[in-house]
Design a protein around this ligand. Structure first.
Ligand code: ARE
Ligand code: CA
Length: 572
């Protein structure tokens, strides 16, 4: 038995409280090594008084390229659990595995309390369950400067005509909040029920990640009255609203930073930033900045979020937009470069005013330390979504894709997995259509796979009408408000797909997920208590027989054949 491949850690992602009295236990072994695992468990006090241990066989769960996961959901009437694992490998060797490591699988050994892992008491509050509504949400991300210009009177000077390229770093096109309000019916018609707006607070740039005033709407975007109308209009249509907060840094034109420049060490904001020398600026010899920033430019001075005055200020900002305008969620920019202590205070303060708020951190990598632990419900789940275009571009084999995806699906507990923000493309990445070299069928397939995976999927504005674009800033082209017939057909498909996802949101949130690779056909099965949803993708170069069950959604199915590049979704 490959003991080195075996691992379980209590109160980690390996134990997920799903509800009161209900916990899922997970264990990892080496791939293709183990034949069977039984979990042996009890309430410690009842066991000490003579109640026998229970033994239940674990289920074979997801497999990565190197490991097999095994899971078991158990109901614990007393909420107290001690447990160990009896592991049998393919050669028939059996061992015990518990809190003090591996031991001989003899009845006497199992009578030693020290051999058991302990979950001394399950508190459902410790599960930090994300708000229920998130797993039923299909998001739509808007970069406000480029979505729609609803009010030309608030346009910045020298706007470029709508849709005229190329998009430059400094371009302005005049998009605003009124433009979003004007199209709420279109968005509701598309079927989305969450809106994620990139920053809208006062800032000199078109992207507004360099905030000047966190308490004001940028005048080129509109007024607070406009914003209230946007939130109310969205809510009337059942659409939640998420704003983007940039707390890792301020814009260099913020009054706080300007005060530091003006008053130096005497500034009351001197401790609001990470400054290592005076006067602030570049060292005349080395040309290095003597203060910390976002990335390496000078324009975004990094904020000292360990300073209690800064904490109070930023917390008041987030509460203001929740309490005054009723927003439903916050996305926190560069969350991974801000201290956990501050996030805990901020998230706690927000949950105190709105218990079902969705709090999302921006991080591009495995972020267990940011999820729960008093912090975010989820992170931006790029590690799960980025292999999707790679699959359809044949940059990953089917097996590699499945291994990578399963690895990501094991990174967080199921309730967080269901709340992960699954965007394939955003304002920070090339657009999906461009990554897929303009292939609309691949785009449809990629979006379908996204919608079949656990998590809260997001569409980047314009995806539904064929907006293309390379890396930033080309990925921020103007919304296409004059779609041609092909683009309208794509929009109709996306609408159907979003409708399908929303109709089956609870089945698609389950953790019963399995893959089947047959030649160049990849099938993703999502099994719920009542139905089996299957998505089958033909990544090969020849047609194969279509599934016997009529597809509820398909592209490239013709005369009972699933054509090369085609896909079908069926329900049994
Ligand atoms: C742009 C260009 C820069 C250029 C700069 C100067 O991208 O190359 O030097 O302009 O004009 C905002 C704007 C950007 C702007 C940036 C700086 O939207 O257009 O950059 O400000 O002025 C990493 C971070 C992640 C960050 C991305 C962009 O970890 O937090 O980089 N994302 C957020 C927002 C951005 C925003 C900022 C942060 C700053 O979503 O829109 O930028 O507020 C890997 C790594 C990631 C890395 C990712 C992308 O996969 O794992 O950590 O993300 O690549 O680089
Ligand atoms: Ca405008």
């Amino acid at each position: 038995m490959l003991l080195a491949g075996i691992l379980h850690r209590p109160e980690s992602e390996d134990t997920a409280i799903l509800a009161d009295h209900c916990v899922t236990i997970r264990l990892k072994t080496a791939l293709d090594d183990v034949a069977k695992i039984e979990m042996i468990y009890a309430d410690m006090y009842l066991w000490q008084e003579g109640t026998p241990m229970q033994t239940t066989e674990m289920h074979r769960g997801l497999a990565t390229q190197s490991n097999q996961y095994w899971t078991l959901a158990v109901t614990i009437p007393t909420n107290r659990l001690i447990y160990g694992f009896r592991i049998t490998d393919k050669s028939g060797q059996t061992i015990g595995y518990g809190d003090d490591g591996f031991f001989d699988d003899q009845a006497t050994n199992w009578a030693v309390a020290g051999h058991y892992f302990h979950l001394p008491y399950l508190h459902v509050s410790d599960a930090e369950l994300p708000p229920e509504w998130v797993k039923n949400t299909v998001w739509y991300q808007i970069f406000p400067e480029r979505f729609a210009n609803g009010d030309v009177t608030n346009d910045p000077a020298n706007v470029t005509a709508w849709g005229q390229g190329p998009v430059r770093r400094e371009s302005f096109y005049g998009g605003d909040l009124k433009g979003v309000i004007d199209h709420l019916d279109d968005l509701a018609d598309l079927g989305i029920n969450g809106l994620y707006l990139c920053p809208i607070f006062t800032s000199p740039s078109n992207h507004k990640y360099d905030t000047i005033d966190h308490f004001e709407i940028d005048p080129h975007f509109g007024t607070k009255a406009d914003f209230q109308a946007l939130v109310d209009g969205a809510h009337e249509r059942g659409i939640k609203v998420m704003l983007d907060a940039v707390f890792n840094h301020f814009g260099e034109q913020s009054p706080q930073w300007q005060d530091v420049i003006k008053n130096g060490q005497q500034s009351r904001f001197a401790d609001w930033f990470h400054i290592h020398g005076w006067p602030v600026g570049r060292d005349p010899q080395t040309h290095q900045l003597n203060y910390e920033t976002f990335a390496t430019g000078a324009a975004m001075p990094k904020v000292n979020t360990q300073n209690p005055a800064v904490q109070d200020y930023l917390i008041s900002v987030t509460k203001y937009w929740v309490e005054q305008f009723g927003i439903d969620a916050w996305r926190f920019d560069v969350a991974d470069e801000v201290d956990h202590g501050f996030w805990r205070k901020l998230c706690g303060a927000l949950r105190a005013v709105k218990p079902d708020i969705y709090l999302l951190g921006e991080a591009w990598h495995s972020s267990q330390a940011l999820v729960n632990n008093g912090q975010f419900n989820a992170v931006m789940n790029y590690p799960l979504t980025q292999p999707i275009p790679a699959l359809f571009n044949h940059e990953l084999s089917l097996k590699e894709y499945v291994g990578k995806t399963n690895l990501q699906l094991t990174q967080y507990r199921l309730p967080n997995q269901q709340a992960m923000f699954n965007a394939i493309d955003t304002h920070d990445t090339p657009r999906l259509l461009t990554t897929l070299n303009g292939d609309v069928t691949k785009l449809q397939a990629a979006l379908t796979l996204l919608m079949l995976l656990p998590g809260s999927p997001c569409l980047y504005y314009g995806t539904e009408v064929g907006v293309a674009g390379g890396a930033d800033p080309d990925n921020r082209r103007c919304m296409n408000w004059q779609p041609n017939a092909d683009e309208l057909a794509l929009k109709a498909f996306v609408k159907q797909l979003v409708g399908f996802r929303r109709a089956h949101a609870s089945a698609l949130a389950s953790d019963e997920l399995s893959w089947k690779i047959e030649g160049q056909c990849l099938t993703l099965n999502r099994q719920s208590a009542t139905q089996l949803i299957s998505g089958r993708f033909n990544l090969g170069t020849t047609a194969v027989a279509a599934s016997a069950t009529p597809a509820v959604l398909s592209v490239g199915v013709h005369e009972h054949q699933l054509l090369a590049g085609g896909f079908e979704v069926s329900i049994n």
